[in-house]
Design a protein around this ligand. Structure first.
Ligand code: MN
Length: 717
């Protein structure tokens, strides 16, 4: 029967690249999947089962292992049939169940939904990928097959799936080095997103097809001839470029079809690296190279390990032709991408994946970046930016995203080198930290002991690792400062009661206090004191026997006495200072803290206590000696005026929608100001009375949801 022929085909193919494969599992999966999908139809009216079979064929095209083939056959059973993951595990084992689970999870992700959700989803996808790259390979094969059969869906669906393919899957295939898949995905997506462009290209290309065929044959003959004369045995092939790359070229250079000449590319596969360069010399000596088009990916492989020489020359008939030169092994890697390094190393999944620089970076990033939004941003940047290569003085090669700085280079060497980097010598010349790496730079990092990372560095660096390490350092530093401050506050206060830390430690009073207040260790307690999350009074209340405890006071009492206001009927600031009321409170205009945000007070002579958020730069710059724990008074009802800036499109009705977005949260706008900008955009500034940080979050999220809104930010008052 027809279906059995499909099964035989799959098995024969697997055995062709892996003779010892245990194909029994494939037969089982085939029968199982066929039974489970029984009666289901695709949109085309054909039996559903042709889809998993199609995906399995693509997986064997990529020469993947048996578990991958089995997974591709089963990939839709858990989602679309009554099959459970437990059943899959029972029948096909733990490894396959894990893979099917991964693919099922990714299938539930829709990348065209709102950006936030998209970010989180993409993060999960990368996470799945970091665990086992085969999950992504099966998912890519699934998408490839779906794109081949997309014509049966509604136009809306076609467009949605196609743009998702262009945005996420094609760049992923590219990044993984599976170029045939990337081209196919792009061409199919182009057909549905720009049907007119696609049909025009197709018409033009078919019209010229016989002409081009002749042309390709002629040039191939010429290439073979000049190479044979030089004693080089080579395989020469010619191919028309894929539609999407022609389309991109027309777009980027504003050309019409007839202006695009290099519609064909030639590929020369030779025996050795030496012959690659010889061949390049021969090609260049016959046909004039187009300046700026030569790329040496042999000396400088791409992150996905792609190697080749690329050049564009003015061909024998005055037309531009692109020539790629590579060895047989390089060709295999280029065709199969990551899969070329993947095939048949049972049980070595993770280690293999680790060999890929990009993947490794993604895994690292996954561990350091908490904000999904930022993660998506970085990863999108990473999918699309080109690389820059730079060397250490020892000649070690590192690749970076374009625009990366000396700091990125330093962090690539070691976190400590990054933390103490003050500049660099690039090609022997002194450069500042913000210098952007250029191809083939030789970079020698200069460090000094006293140097440390600053917030500004975050604006300069491009690599995820550098960003994560700088953030980490800043956070640690802030924590260290808080720990020191907290400890100092506590020690001073203990001294006032003629006690000391050493004494309370001896009396074994610390353990119970930590337990009551919910801290894991002393350091965390100190940090919380420093951050102002607990007051010294609170801690002392537990630390000291009742009789000696100072009722919620601080060493600042004397100074506080001076700045104490005349008793007033109501304390309206909403903030308590070490339990003392009636202290003159001001809020830092720099950070304008909102109830719910973590705050610290700074005693200012004659002006009372200024309250800052713990992240405020002013606070970090102020004298820790003058810091004092403050807390929000949960009983006070208080709202602060917050300025919110909204960048939006400039169109009528938008202001009304934005105002509604604010008032539906139950908040009052006290002023609104709209300024029209030059590029059909408008800058709207609202002043809103906001009771808490949560309310601010809510209102900002609401504003972001308004159609036409580009960016929402809170600004200093
Ligand atoms: Mn599927």
């Amino acid at each position: 029967m027809n279906q059995h022929r499909d099964l035989d085909k799959i098995i024969t193919k697997v055995q062709s690249y892996h003779p010892e494969a245990k194909v029994g599992l494939i037969t089982d999966a085939y029968t199982f999947s066929e039974r489970m999908h029984q009666g289901q139809k695709r949109h085309s009216g054909e039996p559903y089962f042709i889809h998993p079979v199609g995906v399995a064929e693509i997986i064997t095209d990529m020469k993947l292992d048996v578990p991958s083939v089995v997974t591709s056959l089963l990939h839709d059973t858990v989602e679309d049939t009554l099959t459970t993951l437990d059943q899959i595990e029972q029948h096909f084992g733990h490894e396959v169940a894990g893979l099917v689970d991964g693919v099922t999870k990714i299938s539930k992700i829709h990348f065209t939904t709102r950006e936030e959700r998209q970010a989180e989803n993409f993060r999960k996808m990368i996470f799945a990928m970091a665990r086992d790259i085969r999950v992504i390979l099966v998912k890519l094969a699934d998408r490839t097959h779906n794109m081949r059969t997309l014509s049966y869906l509604s136009e809306d669906k076609q467009r949605e799936i196609s743009s998702e393919t262009l945005e996420i899957y094609a760049p992923l295939a590219h990044r993984l080095g599976i170029y045939w898949m990337k081209s196919e995905l792009e061409d199919n997506a182009l057909r549905y997103i720009y049907p007119k462009v696609h049909s025009e290209l197709k018409r033009n290309i078919i019209k010229k097809k016989s002409e081009r065929k002749q042309y390709i044959t002629k040039v191939m003959g010429l290439l073979k001839k000049i190479l044979t004369e030089a004693g080089i045995t080579a395989q020469v092939s010619g191919r028309p470029k894929h539609f999407y790359s022609i389309y991109q070229k027309m777009q980027s250079q504003n050309l019409v079809f007839s202006q695009i000449y290099d519609l064909v590319g030639f590929r020369i596969v030779v025996q050795s690296v030496r012959e690659c360069y010889q061949t390049l010399g021969i090609v260049h000596s016959h046909w004039r190279p187009v300046p700026g088009r030569f790329k040496d990916y042999i000396a400088l492989p791409k992150a996905n390990m792609y190697q080749s020489l690329h050049t564009t020359v003015i061909g024998p008939y005055g037309e531009r032709i692109e020539v790629q030169i590579r060895t047989r092994e390089m060709h295999r890697v280029a065709e199969e991408g990551i899969a070329a390094h993947w095939t048949y190393k049972d049980g070595q999944g993770q280690e293999e994946a680790q060999r890929f620089a990009w993947l490794r970076q993604m895994v690292e990033l996954q561990q350091h970046v908490q904000d999904p939004q930022e993660f998506l941003h970085t990863i999108k940047e990473d999918l699309f930016t080109e690389e820059v290569y730079a060397f250490t003085p020892q000649g070690d090669l590192n690749s970076f995203p374009r625009g990366a700085s000396v700091i990125d280079f330093a962090y690539r060497i070691h976190s400590e080198v990054g933390n103490h980097c003050t500049g660099a010598r690039v090609n022997g010349r002194q450069v500042p930290l913000r210098y952007q790496l250029q191809n083939s730079d030789v970079v020698e990092i200069v460090t000094t002991k006293n140097q440390s990372p600053s917030k500004d560095w975050l604006k300069i660096v491009k690599t995820p690792k550098a960003k994560a390490r700088i953030r980490h350092w800043l956070k640690e530093e802030q924590r260290e400062r808080s720990v020191a401050l907290g400890q100092e506050l506590l020690e001073r206060e203990l001294a006032r009661t003629h006690s000391s830390l050493a004494a309370v430690r001896k009396q074994r009073r610390i353990g119970p206090t930590l337990e009551v207040l919910g801290f894991s260790d002393e350091e965390t307690l100190f940090a919380a004191l420093g951050y102002g999350q607990v007051t010294v009074g609170q801690v002392l209340g537990h630390l000291l026997p009742q009789s000696t405890a100072v009722p919620d006071q601080t060493t600042h009492t004397i100074e506080l006495e001076k700045i104490r206001q005349k008793p007033s009927a109501q304390d309206s600031s909403g903030v308590k200072v070490g339990g003392i009321g009636n202290v003159l409170i001001r809020f830092g205009r720099c950070c304008n803290p909102l109830p719910g945000e973590r705050i610290v007070g700074v005693i200012t002579r004659g002006k009372g206590v200024t309250v800052h958020t713990i992240a405020c730069q002013r606070l970090l710059e102020s004298d820790p000696q003058r810091h004092i724990a403050v807390s929000w008074d949960p009983t006070a009802e208080y709202a602060r005026l917050v300025k919110i800036e909204v960048l939006s499109e400039d169109r009528p009705g938008l202001l009304t929608s934005m105002s509604k977005a604010i008032s539906t949260v139950g908040l009052n706008i006290s002023s609104a100001d709209v300024r029209t900008l030059s590029d059909k955009r408008a800058l709207n500034v609202f002043e809103v009375l906001i009771p808490s940080a949560d309310d601010l979050q809510r209102v900002m999220r609401n504003l972001e949801r308004v159609r036409g809104v580009v960016k929402v930010s809170r600004v200093a008052p």
